[in-house]
Design a protein around this ligand. Sequence first.
Ligand code: IMP
Length: 199
Amino acid sequence: MKVVLASQNPHKLAEMQKILGTLGMEVLLERDVGVNVEVEETGTTFAENSLLKAQAVFDATHLATVADDSGLMVDALGGAPGVYSARYGGLHTDAERIALLLENMKDVPEEKRTAQFVCAVTCLLPDGRKIAVQGVCPGVILRAPRGEGGFGYDPVFYLPELGKTFAELAGGEKNRISHRGRALREFCRVYREVDRHDE
Ligand code: IMP
């Protein structure tokens, strides 16, 4: 089965293809099916925003569609930057957004620097079914960046049990524990279950 990823991001495509390929799915980008849908992320939750993205692309293509929405929630900041992670402070680069985060947390003591990455995945199928799942990865926000890999807030997101930040993990290692990896594996589990009940 072909499924359209509601995104123009080839990195997300590679990650999705790796995991959804185990279901026999071929993941396509919007441009592969001739659409480029602009979606305003007006939701207040990751689940709402992933549904908005999936619905917009489904309405344009009527093909099976999958979308994800993700971000970082810091406990001491009341869940910020949350759904605004990609546009925190209206800033344009990851380095600037990390600097703002660390500045906003400069008075937060070690034991209160807990946070979680969250990823919501929504899939809409042409027969009307909807699968919506979420994956969470807990961690701690460091006082300075560490590591060269990954993207976004990876260099300040520390995993105490591994003694490393997300930016210090190899791609496969990050996928095994990350919010996105967890959400996608949960998606596979639910999809297989739904499929079994249809037989
Ligand atoms: P999205 O593409 O709308 O889901 O935006 C997600 C934003 O949240 C990204 O631009 C990053 O700032 C942040 N984010 C989500 N997942 C990760 C991750 O795995 N590592 C680092 N930052 C992430």
